[in-house]
Structures are given as structure tokens and as C-alpha cells.
Design a protein around this ligand. Structure first.
Ligand SMILES: NC(=O)c1ccc[n+]([C@@H]2O[C@H](COP(=O)([O-])OP(=O)(O)OC[C@H]3O[C@@H](n4cnc5c(N)ncnc54)[C@H](O)[C@@H]3O)[C@@H](O)[C@H]2O)c1
Length: 357
């Protein structure tokens, strides 16, 4: 069982497998880890209808049976209601501390199932089986779990690492273009903040849509490798891990003001990155030619128009409150060179956004 990548976090270390048939490795992994408890697959209605039978087939082929728990697709499922429903269903069905949760789906399923795994019986094992590009390159790795409350996105959550991340890239074939692009935004984020080689690879394509010929395993491994380094250094996001928030300060505000589900996460991040690039040019000495090249790549991600900035600074300030009084924003001094700076005035970010939106 050769891991493609490994996250080194002492006893919380885990491997990441990336291939078109990665799920075939699951039974071998469960055997190797002596996992004999009950299996619960958490998925959403869409992913479930596409892949439940093939996942059940893989498990049954080696004599294991899983129970399936389905949530409605969409951001609204990241709720206390769904956490409660999931925990109660596990309890009713006799899931004990040896049980394992398999999160088969996008970031919504992963964040919800991860949170449930961290609190059910004070913690059971979980495995990430990401099926969106966004989940494959970002949310399934690193152990951040969470749900939303009306006051804001991801305001309730835990740090809880999975036991393995198993990326079956073949599932990308059924992904909608809009979700592919949403994941690409996170790939571009990683490239701009820490991987000039990956940036060069993306730049080599005239477009970066699902049919552009971009090799999923290539970008997923590159993104996970960079994420691994950052997470290993700063598991609980007190310092360096925050560079992964490039484009997220404004992105979160846009998402919140659009109402959950109105904008894809990656679309919001793409818009946020544009503003951050403009601010980087103004305040962090990002050279003009690199600014242009970075913008060109981000502009290949289709994003909705934003006419009104009403209320955005309020959402940015809310971020400020929850982070203890100071918003740190990520700028880049050059492609692959991030810099964390305090954002004293949300207006400067909104002004930069107006200039590029
Ligand atoms: N934990 C983290 O570190 C982290 C990082 C980034 C984002 N997130 C969270 O991730 C969430 C967004 O994730 P997402 O973009 O994957 O959204 P998602 O889970 O809602 O998936 C998007 C849509 O794609 C469908 N889908 C999933 N896989 C499919 C497939 N293979 N074929 C066809 N359709 C498929 C889903 O049913 C859903 O309708 C947000 O809630 C965000 O906060 C978490």
C-alpha cells in the first residue's frame, strides 16, 4: 500500500492516495489498520446516486458492508440539524467507538462528516473520499471540519485529522463545470502563494476548464503536497497556515453577503484573489508583469458579476471580531512568495476590489 503522499503529524499522520482507482485500496487499508468496526458512508443525494453502488461494491468484494447515510446536497446541510441527525442515526444503529465514517462527497460532506466524527462518542475514525476537485485539492486534507450558523460560515468546527484521504480522480468525470472551476480557484491559490512551477503549468493552458486537458493527478498531488507542508508546520492555523487564506478575507465576505449557496466557495475565492492581487500590487511590491500574468490565469475562472459592495465591510469586520481584533490578510510579493499583513482598513481591500471587479 504505497502512499502517494503523507501528512506527517506524529500519531495523527496519514496518507493520501491519488489515482483513478484509488478506492480499490480501501479494503487493504482497513485490513492493514486492523479496522474491523462498522462502516458508515456519509454522502449527499447527488454523489450517493452516482457512486454508492460502486463504493459498496469495492467494500463488499472483500466481505465488508457499509451503511449509507445521505444528506441533501448543498451548503445548507452544513448545519447542527444534520450533525444531530447523523449522530442519532449512528447511535440508533449501534455504531460504537470502533466505527469508521467514510466521507464520500465534496467539501460539504467532508466538513460535516469530519465534525460528526470528532464529536460522536468523543471521536471516531474517519476517512475522506473526496469527489469534487475542491475537496481533492483542499478541504479533505488538513483536518478542518465545520458547519455554518446564521451568524457566519464555518463558525462551528474542530481540527480533527482523517485516518486517510483516498482520492478517486475518476469521479471528476461527472462533476459540473462550475464545480470544476471552483476547485481550480483553490489550485490557482496554491500556485500563487507557494508553487511557481504549478503556476507555470497552469499558465501553459489557454483555458483551465474541465476539457482543457489539465491532468487531475498532477494538480491534485502538487496542491496536496504544498498543503501538507503548511499543515505539518502549523496544524491549528496559528501562523503560517494562514497563507492558505489568500483571497479568503473578501471571499468569505462575498459568500456571506450572497447568502450561503449563492456563490460557489471557489468563485468567491477567485474574486477575493483578484482584490488581493490588486492590493499586492499597491502595497506589497508585486511587479506589474507578475500581476498581469496572475490576473490572466484567474480571469479564466468564470465568476458572477458583483455590483454592490453593500454590507461587505461589515462581514469583514465580523471576521475581525472572531479572530480577536485583527484581520490578517495574505498578499504576494511575487508569484509563490506570500506575505501576511494586518488589514487595518477593510476599505482598502474593497477599494482594490472595485478597481478589478
Ligand atoms: N475544511 C476545509 O479545509 C475546507 C477548505 C475549503 C472549503 N471547504 C468547504 O467546502 C465546501 C465546498 O465544497 P465543494 O465545492 O466540494 O461543495 P459541495 O460539497 O457542495 O459539492 C458541490 C456540488 O457537487 C456535487 N458533486 C460532488 N461530487 C460530485 C461528482 N463527482 N460528480 C457530480 N457531482 C458531484 C455535490 O452534490 C454538490 O451539489 C464549503 O462548505 C467550504 O466551506 C472546507
Amino acid at each position: 500500500l504505497e502512499a502517494d503522499l503523507k501528512i506527517h503529524l506524529g500519531e495523527r499522520s496519514y496518507r493520501i492516495m491519488v489515482s483513478p482507482d484509488a478506492w480499490d485500496q480501501l479494503p487493504g487499508f482497513l485490513d492493514k489498520e486492523n479496522i474491523s468496526g462498522k462502516l458508515l458512508v456519509v454522502t449527499d443525494d447527488r454523489v450517493g446516486s452516482l457512486y454508492s453502488s460502486s463504493l459498496a461494491g469495492v467494500l463488499e468484494g472483500t466481505g465488508r458492508r457499509a451503511r449509507f447515510h445521505t444528506i441533501p446536497q448543498g451548503e445548507e446541510s452544513k448545519s447542527f440539524f444534520e450533525i444531530e441527525r447523523l449522530c442519532r442515526s449512528m447511535s440508533e444503529n449501534g455504531f460504537d467507538r470502533k466505527s469508521v465514517i467514510l466521507a464520500m462527497g465534496g467539501g460539504v460532506v467532508g466538513d460535516l462528516a469530519g465534525l460528526a466524527a470528532s464529536v460522536y462518542l468523543r471521536g471516531v475514525t474517519y476517512i475522506q473520499l473526496p469527489t469534487t476537485l475542491l475537496a481533492m485539492v483542499d478541504s479533505s486534507v488538513g483536518g478542518k471540519t465545520g458547519i455554518n450558523i446564521p451568524e457566519g460560515k464555518n463558525l462551528v468546527g474542530t481540527f480533527y485529522q482523517p485516518a486517510m484521504v483516498c482520492v478517486n480522480t475518476r469521479t471528476l468525470e461527472t462533476l459540473e463545470a462550475r464545480d470544476w472551476y471552483s476547485g481550480m480557484a483553490e489550485v490557482v491559490k496554491i500556485a500563487l502563494t507557494s508553487d511557481p512551477v504549478l503556476f507555470g503549468y497552469l499558465e501553459g493552458f489557454n483555458e483551465i476548464g474541465p476539457d482543457a486537458g489539465i491532468e487531475p493527478t498532477r494538480i491534485i498531488k502538487a496542491a496536496c503536497m504544498k498543503k501538507a507542508l503548511v499543515v505539518e508546520e502549523d496544524e491549528r492555523e496559528s501562523g503560517q497556515r494562514r497563507v492558505l487564506n489568500f483571497g479568503h478575507t473578501l471571499g468569505h465576505a462575498l459568500e456571506a453577503s450572497a447568502g450561503f449557496g449563492g456563490l460557489r466557495h471557489g468563485e468567491a475565492v477567485a474574486l477575493g484573489m483578484k482584490a488581493s492581487l490588486e492590493l499586492s500590487r499597491r502595497q506589497a511590491g508585486l511587479p506589474e508583469d507578475q500581476f498581469k500574468r496572475a490576473m490572466e490565469v484567474i480571469d479564466r475562472i468564470p465568476t458572477p458579476q458583483f455590483d454592490s459592495l453593500d454590507g461587505l465591510s461589515e462581514f469583514i469586520l465580523r471576521d475581525k471580531k472572531s479572530s480577536g481584533g485583527a484581520v490578517t490578510i495574505v498578499l504576494i510579493e511575487g508569484i509563490g512568495i506570500p506575505r501576511l499583513v494586518p488589514l487595518n482598513d477593510p476599505g482598502a481591500l474593497l477599494d482594490a476590489f472595485t478597481a478589478v471587479a
